[in-house]
Design a protein around this ligand. Structure first.
Ligand SMILES: *Cc1c(COP(=O)(O)O)cnc(C)c1O
Length: 471
């Protein structure tokens, strides 16, 4: 524990986090935690995706016909296709298998949000990343006197000539780079993706195949982002997509909530005070889960609880919010490595924007060991026939952890580890929604390796000896 900053060393939650052990912090969030004033921007983002739907349908034929389970998510105007959306599916077989592995029956129903299957770039980054690229495209079109609201503008020779001298720049561990690079290149922009050392080789190759410049960095994600920022500052025609601080990414992610509300309704799933929804979100820098949480709180208010889930060696948002230092603290400051097998989640320092803005809306944080994350791939493969990248499964075990683990309360007379009766932290929970965040782009050989490894590690999923802190 010598690595802990002295002023944090009294905090039981941070002490637990610093050991690398699975740690859970449930917050009694104020009933009326204030929503930041971003609702209009969220609605604008939804309208922007609707405007581009005909362009997507024409440019990416796989989006022209909505996948089964997706059309219910679409507004009337976009039923003809071209919306970037994923299915919502019930997962009774995974539910039963996990009940068996944990040895407890989880009350309520398990559902999966299949952002692993989002069209075009195969991860949740398609929501935020595409939105920022589209917003930039509209701004460039308008600046040059073109009709930005007309989807026919974008395939025109006039627009493409202008786009070719504009550059999108981003720093990424992989998936954000894929979404910005693929969509940017399709619109005719030049694109540079600065990648950290942990980025997968196949993601670099795929981007180069799309004509994107890939710049490799020996350091971590923060270094790649910084290099991208510096290179973009030197170029007036460059737009830097800032994963540490972008409102455009954020509102792009938030649109998911409007679509999910329609999907839940179409599936006959009620969300109200007697049927609460808990959503488990894999978290890296915080933008994706932060945007989705904002949207969900705006749509469902107190009837939804959002839990951010991170690898136990890279709990950047958890640490930032718990310590109150947000981006002024990194996981290395408490002796963790920041490394993980979960692509996209190897983030040591959280977003500058999400914790301070969205922190009060987050109902809980949980950290998960890599072996359990990887084992989730095996569970989903065997039970639901769904193959995802490991990071996508980060939230899968948490409903059982919340439902069955021994609790330790802090901030009450029970501090010190007294066992309380096990029960779910919130009343009337009837739906557990695990957000699957990536997978469709993973090449077959890598996918088989993930599945084999996940199947082998399935025994790692057992009732965890982890404390749940309620504060
Ligand atoms: C980026 C990513 C996340 C988390 O999003 P952040 O905005 O980094 O918090 C989760 N899963 C996958 C697969 C990702 O690529």
């Amino acid at each position: 524990m010598s690595a802990l900053p002295p002023d944090l060393s009294d905090d039981d939650i941070i002490r637990s986090l610093a050991t690398g052990a699975p740690t859970t912090w449930i917050r009694n969030t104020p009933a009326e935690a204030a929503l930041p004033d971003l609702g209009d921007m969220m609605d604008d983002a939804a309208a922007r995706f609707d405007r581009f739907a005909p362009w997507f349908a024409a440019t990416f034929p796989e989006t022209a016909t909505p996948a089964p389970g997706v059309s219910a998510a679409l507004p009337e105007s976009a039923r003809s296709g071209g919306l970037i959306e994923s299915p919502l599916v019930a997962a009774p077989a995974a539910h039963e298998r996990l009940d068996g592995l944990f040895g407890t029956r989880l009350a309520g129903e398990l559902w999966l949000k299949r952002d692993d299957a989002l069209p075009v770039s195969g991860s949740i980054k398609a929501r935020g990343g595409f939105h920022e690229v589209l917003e930039f495209a509209e701004a460039v079109a308008a600046d040059h006197g073109l009709d930005a609201a007309d989807p026919a503008t974008y395939p025109s020779a006039e627009f493409r000539e202008i786009a070719a001298v504009h550059r999108l720049v981003v720093g990424s561990t992989g998936n954000l780079g894929l979404s910005i690079g693929i969509l940017g290149a399709r619109l005719g922009f030049a694109a540079s993706v600065h990648m950290s050392a942990d980025a997968r080789e196949w993601k670099k190759t795929m981007l180069r195949d799309h004509g994107v410049d890939v710049i490799e960095h020996a350091g971590d994600f923060v270094e790649a982002v910084e290099a991208g920022r510096v290179s973009a500052e030197a170029d007036v025609k460059a737009h830097f997509v800032d994963d540490e601080d972008s409102v455009s990414l954020f509102v792009g992610y938030s649109v998911a909530a409007l679509r999910l509300a329609r999907q839940l309704e179409a599936a006959g799933v009620t969300v109200d005070a007697d049927h609460r929804l808990v959503v488990y979100l894999p978290c890296g820098i915080g933008g994706g889960p932060g945007g989705v949480t904002f949207g969900l709180k705006r749509v469902f208010g107190d009837n939804v609880h959002c839990v951010f889930v991170e690898p136990s060696q890279a709990p950047a948002m958890f640490l930032g919010v718990r310590s109150g230092r947000h981006s002024d603290i990194a996981v290395q400051d408490i002796g963790l490595t920041g490394a993980t097998a979960a692509d996209g989640l190897a983030v040591a320092r959280p977003s500058r924007f999400i914790g301070p803005t969205i922190g009060p809306l987050i109902s809980g944080f949980a950290s998960v060991p890599d072996d359990v994350i990887r084992a989730g791939v095996g569970v989903l493969h065997e039970t639901e026939g769904i193959d995802v990248e490991p990071s996508a499964t980060t939230g899968l075990s948490i409903p059982w952890r919340l439902g069955s683990a021994t609790r330790t309360s802090t901030g009450t007379a029970d501090a010190g580890g007294e066992n309380l009766e096990a029960s779910f932290p919130w009343p009337n929970v009837s739906t557990h929604l695990v957000w699957l965040t990536g997978g469709a782009m993973v090449p077959d050989d890598e996918r088989s390796r993930y599945v084999a490894e996940g199947t082998r590690l399935m025994p790692m999923i057992t009732s965890p000896a982890s404390a749940i802190f309620i504060d």
